[in-house]
Design a protein around this ligand. Structure first.
Ligand code: BG6
Ligand code: MG
Length: 215
């Protein structure tokens, strides 16, 4: 069955911003006096900024009760992150993504962004993809983070499409759970082992046509 809409996570699906998030969190960990590994960073994928900070602090064995201080730390990380992404270009769109998006649009399938990131618009502007999407739901428009389905349900609502007619693309376990709770089909982008709960898993968009979403 062909979906009426496809909803794309941004970080790790459209662009590889995970590396910039990692650089910024690592820099913060270093300032706080501990190492933050790439393996630790896996746990931050799909997770909101504040929850990411909590995970980072637990890795470093640091307990902070002061909410203001936590906000200062996450702002610091975000300022570094914004500095990194402000240099992004269209070249950083992951291979095959733009072609695939255009194939969906040509087939009359609506496309949306469903991301936890409050930096979504900055990134989409940098990679010049803002106008391609029929709806953009990002971290500034939601109150509940993935695995809550809010972000995907909002996108479906804005597109005026029933959730069961939507197919989500996700690279994070929390995102796959969110799509399933929304009653949507979900295609994992990345490692088969990690994303085993998805209906299908791809490692890249290269060479895929709309038959990928027809199931
Ligand atoms: C998600 C990323 O898309 O957005 C997470 O996978 C990130 O790593 C989250 O923490 C929030 O992003 P931002 O840009 O609002 O800090
Ligand atoms: Mg992601």
């Amino acid at each position: 069955m062909r979906p009426k809409a496809c909803i794309f996570d941004l970080d790790g699906v459209i662009v590889d911003t995970a590396k910039y998030h990692y650089l910024a969190w690592k820099r913060l960990a270093k300032e706080l006096g501990f190492e933050f590994t790439e393996k630790d960073n896996e746990r931050l994928k799909g997770v909101s900024r504040m929850e990411s900070l909590e995970i980072l602090l637990s890795v470093g064995g640091i307990k902070i009760e002061d909410q203001k201080l936590k906000e200062q730390l996450s702002d610091k990380k975000n300022n570094w992150y914004v500095e990194y992404i402000s240099q992004m270009t269209k070249d950083e769109i992951l291979p095959g993504v733009e072609e695939f998006l255009r194939k969906l649009k040509n087939a009359g399938i609506k496309i949306a962004i469903g991301s936890a990131s409050k930096n979504t618009m900055t990134i989409l502007r940098r990679i010049e993809l803002v106008d391609l999407f029929d709806s953009i739901i990002d971290g500034t428009k939601i109150t509940k983070a993935k695995p809550d389905p809010e972000v995907f349900l909002k996108a479906a609502e804005e597109l005026n499409v029933d959730p069961k007619d939507c197919c989500v693309f996700e690279d994070a376990v929390a995102g796959i759970e969110a799509a399933k709770s929304a009653g949507m089909k979900v295609i994992g982008v990345g490692d088969h082992e990690i994303l085993k709960d998805a209906d299908r898993v791809i490692t890249s968009f290269v060479g895929h046509g709309i038959e990928l979403v027809e199931f």
